[in-house]
Each structure stands twice: as structure tokens, then as C-alpha cells.
Design a protein. Structure first.
Length: 345
């Protein structure tokens, strides 16, 4: 099966067809996904603000959108994977958006301090707006880019913890941008979740093979979206901790070598000693030992200097004694006495 993706984001076989079913499905589903997504956010906001008067009508809009999406999926023979997601979403209709409190615990950092900075890359303005608003509602710091090149420009100036990347974009599609990210030493470790209305298994497999962390089909199930973003950010957090740990281990190793060569300086471990774990404790012990060794060496230097002075004084006294004990010096001393006290006649 040919899974090569054309610049428009669909396979070459689909692009060569007079009217691609994938393009028709994408065209129909995109505005429908907006209706579903915005109705979900409005239901959540109505629930939080106690606006029960709007809930019933919003539920009708949301339910109608989900039903129409189901008809479209059935008509275009949706894959089993999408059917599974649809099943989860329909189950959510029975209680998740009816003004009742959710029984799903939010992830740490949501609805509070932002747990990560997320970049949303999508050429569709409504898609960007809907997804960024949902993520901001969850407590994340969100920035957006409307193209692959725009994403690269933003990444060169800002630190990003997670990228949500649309597959179908003009000029530089999601697969092309993902490839550029993974060959760059600065960006390769940023987790990427691919998003698209396309659900072909070939596209999913290609994204994973290129290094994508995960894949999400549109429309997003809120619970699934929250869980996958949380998992990716947690994984990145753990990796960042691992990288920092290895970096600090390197600091301790280099400090040990510096002590051996007499070139140790306390600033070598200024950051490592701040760690609250065993490595930080080891660094503090090591730094204290190195400082004690340096202090002892300085004390020995001072003692040696004092000893040298004392030795010099002894040598001088000895030299003076050697001179004064000579017959010549004694004769000079007698002459000096005579000159100071001349004999009276």
C-alpha cells in the first residue's frame, strides 16, 4: 500500500483521484469538529459558572454534532480505531457534559500553575483557537503557529515542552516538520503529538516511525486529550531530570579530577550542591572535603613560611656568631674599646 504523503497531507493515490474521499471526509469533518469542540467548551464553562439555563440547548447542539459525525464516519467506512474513540466520546455524552461534576481527576498542574508550554501548529484558524482555548482552560501555557515554517521560527526563540502538530498543512505538512524536528539536536527531544482528521493506519504508523510520541484523531475526546498531554509532559519532565542528573554527575567527576591535579574551585559544584537528592548530598560532602583540604594546604603553606623565617633567623645568628668568634673580630673589638675609652697619661 502506498502511504507516501503528498504536500497537501493526503497520500499520492488519493491526490490523483478526481475527488478524493479522504478530502471530502476532511472537508465535512473539520467544521463539524469545530461545532463539537466549541459546544464542549461552552458546556464546561456553563457548568463552572452555574449557567444551567444554557446547558440543555448546548447539550442538544453537542449531541447533534456527534450524531452527524457518526453518520459521516459510517458513510466513509471509518476504521476500527476511530470507532473506539467514538464509543468513548458517546459514552461521555451520558454524563460528562450534562452539568454534572466529572469523576475524572485533573492531572497535576491543570486548572492551576501551568505544567508546561505547549505549541499548537495548525493552518486552520478555528482549529488553533479551539485547541488553544481548551488547553489554556486546563492551565497550560499555549503558543500557536499557523505553518511549519512559523513553528520553526517560534522554536528558535522560545522554550517548548510539547508540540501538537497537525498533519495536513500546505507547503510544509506535519510529516515534513516532524522530520526537521527530529534531526535537530536542540528540538529532537521535544515530544510531538500528531493531530489530524485523517485516521488511516499508514499515517499513524509513519508518524510513530518518524519519532512522534503519540497520535490523536479529530475530534478530540477531552479526557483522552488531557491524559495523553499529561503523559507526554510527565515523560519529558522525567527525561529533563535524567539529563540534569547526568550533567551534575559530570560536574562531580570533573571536580574530583580537579582535586587530584590541584585545580579544584568551589564554583565547579555551585549548582550541583543545591540538589535535594543523594547526588546533591554527595556534592556537598565532596565540596566540604575539598574545601577542608584546601584550608589545610593553606595552613601548611603558612607554617612553612614561618619555619622558613625562623630558619633564616637561626642562620643569621649562626653566621654572626661565627664572625664574632674569630680572632680578627676579637682584635677589632679590643681596638674599639680603646678608641671609646682612650688611656690618660
Amino acid at each position: 500500500m502506498n502511504d507516501k504523503i503528498a504536500p497537501g497531507g493526503v497520500t499520492e493515490d488519493e491526490e490523483n483521484q478526481p475527488l478524493s474521499l479522504a478530502n471530502v471526509r476532511h472537508t465535512l469533518r473539520t467544521p463539524l469538529n469545530h461545532i463539537i469542540g466549541y459546544s464542549e467548551m461552552l458546556l464546561e464553562e456553563a457548568d463552572e459558572r452555574g449557567l444551567e439555563a444554557f446547558t440543555a440547548d448546548l447539550q442538544k447542539i453537542h449531541k447533534a454534532g456527534k450524531q452527524l459525525l457518526g453518520f459521516i464516519n459510517e458513510f466513509f467506512d471509518a476504521t476500527a480505531a476511530e470507532s473506539t474513540v467514538e464509543h468513548v466520546s458517546k459514552a461521555a455524552d451520558d454524563g460528562l457534559f450534562r452539568g454534572a461534576k466529572r469523576d475524572v481527576n485533573p492531572l497535576p498542574g491543570t486548572h492551576g500553575t501551568p505544567a508546561g508550554r505547549i505549541l499548537v501548529v495548525d493552518d486552520n484558524e478555528s482549529n488553533r483557537d479551539m485547541l488553544s482555548r481548551r488547553l489554556q482552560h486546563e492551565g497550560y501555557d499555549v503558543c500557536i503557529a499557523d505553518s511549519g515554517q512559523g513553528a520553526l521560527t517560534l522554536l528558535s526563540t522560545q522554550a517548548i515542552d510539547l508540540i501538537l502538530l497537525d498533519v495536513m498543512m500546505p507547503e510544509m505538512n506535519g510529516h515534513d516538520l516532524l522530520q526537521k524536528l527530529k534531526v535537530n539536536t536542540t528540538w529532537r527531544d521535544i515530544p510531538v503529538i500528531m493531530i489530524s482528521a485523517l485516521d488511516e493506519i499508514e499515517s499513524v504508523v509513519r508518524c510513530i516511525e518518524q519519532g512522534a510520541e503519540d497520535y490523536l484523531p479529530k475530534p478530540f475526546d477531552p479526557v483522552l486529550l488531557r491524559a495523553r498531554i499529561g503523559a507526554c509532559l510527565e515523560k519529558k519532565h522525567l527525561r529533563d531530570q535524567e539529563v540534569l542528573y547526568l550533567k551534575d554527575v559530570g560536574h562531580v567527576t570533573r571536580a574530583a579530577a580537579a582535586v587530584e591535579t590541584g585545580q579544584f574551585a568551589p564554583e565547579m559544584l555551585v549548582d550541583t550542591v543545591k540538589r535535594p537528592d543523594e547526588l546533591g548530598q554527595l556534592a556537598r560532602v565532596f565540596q566540604r572535603m575539598a574545601q577542608e583540604i584546601a584550608a589545610r594546604e593553606e595552613q601548611l603553606k603558612r607554617q612553612i613560611q614561618v619555619l622558613r623565617i625562623e630558619i633564616d633567623e637561626v642562620k643569621k645568628l649562626r653566621q654572626v656568631a661565627e664572625i664574632t668568634e674569630t680572632d680578627y673580630f676579637q682584635a677589632l673589638r679590643e681596638k674599639a674599646k680603646i678608641l671609646r675609652h682612650p688611656v690618660k697619661t
